[in-house]
Design a protein around this ligand. Structure first.
Ligand code: GTP
Ligand code: MG
Length: 247
């Protein structure tokens, strides 16, 4: 077994970030909820709003939140880099030992971070899975097929690969490269972490219907891009694994 040198989780030094693309309806409430939940689990935390090239009022609202809350930072991708580009930015900007992300549109409950932390006693990564996913039957079926495909291709055993509710040790992001700019980003991080020997625990979390704003997660372009990236990524990861085994 590979032993990972992981930072302490008691006390928990925590970065929480969430990507926002045209989330003017949600960014304020999401930030307030993030701060409230962080206060309950950490004395040393930061909240990062990753504005991904939004064209609505998200950027100004995010900058105003920074003025109001000393724990909050805002970073702006210009132009929009896509979901994967937004997550990459959040992981690269994180400065605390542990980094948690979720969506910026209120579909998850930050308070459930507390249920991830005890699992760090026995693993290095905690991935959520949606207990009662509030999406259409077609999207749920697609997500099941996608998770099955990703698990098969990368030898993973995750229940809900794209669930935006995960906690990682920040040092992982010094050890891996990230290339996915689209929806494949979750699979890429988990697959690369697994190859380095990181252990993944899983916990059920609640999921809420999106209450407005722009819906785009089921966009056909997003799905097509994820498929193309999946097979490219498999080639890259296999090559990286071979190179490591020869050194
Ligand atoms: N769609 C999309 N979301 C982005 C992008 N960059 C950041 N995000 C954020 O990523 C999060 C997830 O995107 P969502 O569009 O909510 O995806 P989803 O939850 O699968 O699907 P719906 O909410 O049903 O559209 C949200 O907080 C978005 O604001 C981007 O380029 N496209
Ligand atoms: Mg959403």
């Amino acid at each position: 077994m590979i032993l990972i040198d992981k930072p302490p989780h008691n006390p928990l030094r925590l970065t929480v970030f969430f990507p926002c693309y045209n989330e003017e309806m949600h960014v304020e409430q999401t930030t307030e909820r993030a701060i409230k939940a962080c206060r309950k689990v950490s004395d040393d935390f930061e909240v990062i709003i990753v504005d991904d090239g939004s064209r609505d009022r998200t950027p100004e609202l995010a900058d105003a939140l920074v003025e109001r809350h000393p724990q909050v930072r805002a970073v702006h991708n210009r132009p929009n880099l896509g979901y994967g580009g937004a997550l990459q930015r959040g992981f690269r900007e994180a400065s605390k030992d542990w980094v948690f992300y979720t969506d910026g549109d209120g579909q998850f409950d930050f308070e459930e971070i507390a249920s991830l932390i005890p699992l760090l006693d026995s693993c290095e990564i905690v991935a959520g899975y949606r207990l009662d996913r509030k999406d259409s039957a077609v999207r749920r079926l697609n997500a099941w097929a996608w998770t099955t495909l990703v698990n098969t291709v990368f030898g993973l055993r995750v229940r809900d690969v794209d669930c935006a509710f995960k906690l990682y040790p920040r040092k992982l992001f010094d050890e891996i490269e990230m290339h996915s700019m689209g929806a494949l980003i979750d699979a890429e991080i988990l697959a690369r972490a697994k190859n380095l020997g990181y252990r993944i625990a899983q916990v059920g979390v609640h999921h809420y219907a999106r209450d407005g704003g722009e819906q785009s997660g089921a966009n056909i372009k997003v799905i097509a891009r994820a498929f193309v990236e999946l097979f490219r990524l498999r080639r890259k990861i296999t090559a990286a694994h071979r190179a490591r085994s020869h050194t």
